[in-house]
Write a protein that binds this ligand. Sequence first.
Ligand code: NAG
Ligand code: NAG
Ligand code: NAG
Length: 212
Amino acid sequence: MVLGVIMMATMLPTMIGLNEATQGSRDQEENRRTTERKQRVHLLATCSLSQGTPELRQQIQNAKVYFYITKHPSSSMVPFNGGFYQHPDFPPNNTSGMVTITGGETPTLRWVFLDAQTHEMRWGGRPDSQDHVCGPYNWTKDEQFVTLEGWEGWLAVRLSEDEARDQSDQELGIVDGQELWRLYFDQNDDGANLPPGAQGLEIQLKRVMAES
Ligand SMILES: *[C@@H]1O[C@H](CO)[C@@H](O)[C@H](O)[C@H]1NC(C)=O
Ligand SMILES: *[C@@H]1O[C@H](CO)[C@@H](O)[C@H](O)[C@H]1NC(C)=O
Ligand SMILES: *[C@@H]1O[C@H](CO)[C@@H](O)[C@H](O)[C@H]1NC(C)=O
């Protein structure tokens, strides 16, 4: 009995120390996550092997998102360059919105939103995003990929007009427009109601740290 009390007495400080350490590393982990969430990132499309043909997958795999997905961006295209952000639609301190920085003389923060009618991803000012879906965005458990409304319903889409444009561009000798895919989100998991003739491949959006 006596021994038990002594043992407890000597163990107690250790146990308190342990709790403090756990609390400390929990805070640290929380801080790390908060910082990481604020990190500005680019997005890369990754395409699962079950999708499309090897040729199509090759156009998409590791292609950067400029809102278009392409390996051949024109000089006017600006990559997605942003991250999670507080949005007025969500409770305070809730970083479930998403912004991107536009290029040009005066870089501006723009909301990233899902067009509720077309299911295409777009960006713009507050009025542009009204009545569309501005989140909640999140990341996957490994913090590597982006989710919207809790899942990765992303699609790389080519409309038949995109095909037609590529062909006319090629005839004109313009390469800029080649192999452009659009970024869609399959909000209702029904194929996003793509227009006839459109082609959609399921993709993931990988976060990669922006250079600066
Ligand atoms: C942020 O707000 C959204 C929408 O209300 C909600 O789904 C999400 O759970 C909230 N996130 C946190 C961390 O509270
Ligand atoms: C939001 O975060 C700030 C700074 O961490 C804090 O002072 C404020 O109380 C928080 N607001 C809410 C509603 O949680
Ligand atoms: C965001 O994702 C993380 C990791 O999967 C999860 O722990 C967290 O609860 C999610 N937040 C919301 C608001 O869903």
